[in-house]
Design a protein around this ligand. Structure first.
Ligand code: EPZ
Length: 416
């Protein structure tokens, strides 16, 4: 568990970790590319360890040297064992890469955070459009592309990040051209395609709603630096915001942060961005964040909603949240409520009436971003907050407690 003695006032500098949600699809892509791939700036996270175990199970040799990952993709089989599939939702993104590399794949329906049913219907229907046979029996997916992947026109009913990544990974070595309409535009997609194109792929329009992929025969691994983690960055910004702090973040891609700046400015924080750095200065007491509506990129990202709710919880007024992406992404409201926050959740809508000061309490993480939001709230609360379930937090944040302590918080991690 993570133990925080609040209130704190954060100040100082911090280098933001590499993006978890870019590292994971990049590791899937490394399986598809022959030879060696070197990924720089990879965060040390349990989800990344799970992805490395999936690669090793497929026959790849993986080595971590600090924040560098070296993958020799000598793939011998394309199956993912159940325990690895269940421990991480994004393991589904290996499906497209395995089909490209082996012409087949066998895996079970993914697990991951309980943010809602987390269906994979868009992944499967899209891959079937590319000529992949997918048999779903007893929770297992037996996939094969006996005649190879055939380029096709695919229109996504929803701009799913994972389905877009799977489609691209399946189509890069397919026969002919694939056109994806209503593709997800998240920066992690652009990061993935930058790597793939450097490996010899022909992907055009990544980051836009229409992505065109001209299949090539094979791809060879290369070096790539993972983009900075925009959600980790916003989490630290929220920590500075709720503590009246003054924090500078290094290695921030300012374009990626733009869709999330609104609530910080609304609540009275001063944010200055220069080159790859960002400085945030917070007022003693925050104004409310007013209205947050989560949308696919370039809208406000659902992953930032929990941390911003911790800001709204201590704002001078009422804020309203509409969570349009996941059905069950307000689980942190329960923990915030135990700390004295006044939050009413009705389906997609949450109304938060800011209070003067939260009170430390024992609270439980239910998912990755919700757990981090409870830690953020603990920084501003009066007294001791114990956040348990930190195995969720370790999935996405490298050394969260240590980084916050380096910024002046009284926080430590203990075995529960
Ligand atoms: C990715 O998940 C991220 N994970 C999530 O971050 C992020 O919240 C999400 O994109 C949205 O930005 C990784 O990149 C590893 P989706 P993904 O497919 O791909 C529905 C975190 O905390 N849907 O865009 O699973 C789905 O149920 C994680 O780092 C279908 O209905 O997200 C959800 O309501 C959490 N059918 C919505 O689309 C499908 O086949 C968005 O899902 C696929 C998705």
């Amino acid at each position: 568990m993570i133990i925080i003695d609040g209130p704190a006032e954060l100040s100082g500098e911090l280098t933001v970790q590499g993006a978890k949600n870019s590292t994971l699809p990049l590791l899937a892509a490394a399986l598809l590319c022959k030879g060696q791939t070197v990924l720089h700036n990879c965060p040390d996270l349990s989800d990344v360890d799970t992805a490395l175990r999936i690669l090793e199970h497929a026959g790849c040799r993986c080595k971590r040297e600090g924040h560098d990952l070296i993958v020799d993709s000598a793939v011998t089989q394309c199956e993912i064992p159940e325990e690895l599939m269940r421990s991480m939702r994004s393991s589904i993104v290996f499906l497209g890469a395995m089909i490209s590399r082996c012409g087949s794949a066998r895996l079970c329906a993914p697990g991951g955070c309980e943010l809602g049913p987390r269906p994979i219907d868009l992944h499967l229907s899209s891959l079937r459009r590319l000529g992949v046979d997918i048999e779903e029996t007893g929770g297992w997916l037996n996939c094969s592309a006996p005649h190879g992947v055939e380029g096709a026109y695919v229109s996504l009913a929803f701009p799913s990040v994972g389905a877009t990544e799977n489609l691209i990974l399946a189509a890069v070595c397919g026969k002919g051209t694939t056109i994806i309409a209503n593709a997800a535009r998240e920066p992690e997609i652009s990061d993935l395609c930058e790597y793939l194109n450097r490996c010899g792929a022909r992907v055009y329009g990544a980051g836009e709603s229409c992505v065109i992929i001209d299949g090539v025969k094979e791809l060879f691994g290369c070096e790539h630096r993972v983009m900075p983690d925009r959600i980790a960055a916003v989490t630290y910004m929220a920590a500075a915001a709720v503590t009246g702090g003054n924090v500078t973040l290094r290695d921030v891609d300012n374009t990626h942060i733009l869709p999330m700046l609104g609530p910080f400015e609304e609540s009275g924080c001063e944010v200055r961005q220069l080159g790859g750095c960002l400085n945030i200065m917070a007022p003693r007491r925050l104004n409310p964040v007013r209205h947050i509506r989560t949308m696919p990129y370039p809208g406000f990202p659902t992953d930032a909603q929990p941390a911003i709710m911790s800001m709204a919880a201590v704002g001078r007024g009422t804020s309203m949240f509409v969570e349009n992406i996941f059905e069950n992404r307000y689980r942190h409201a329960e923990g915030l409520g135990r700390m004295g926050a006044k939050i009413k959740v009705e389906g997609k809508v949450a109304v938060v009436e800011g209070v003067e000061r939260l009170t430390g309490a024992a609270v439980e993480s239910a998912d990755l971003r919700g757990g981090a939001a409870l830690v953020v709230a603990g920084l501003s609360a009066q007294g001791r907050t114990q956040v348990s379930g930190t195995q969720f937090i370790r999935r996405g944040y490298e050394d969260l407690a240590k980084h916050l302590a380096d910024l002046g918080a009284r926080v430590r991690e203990e075995e529960a």
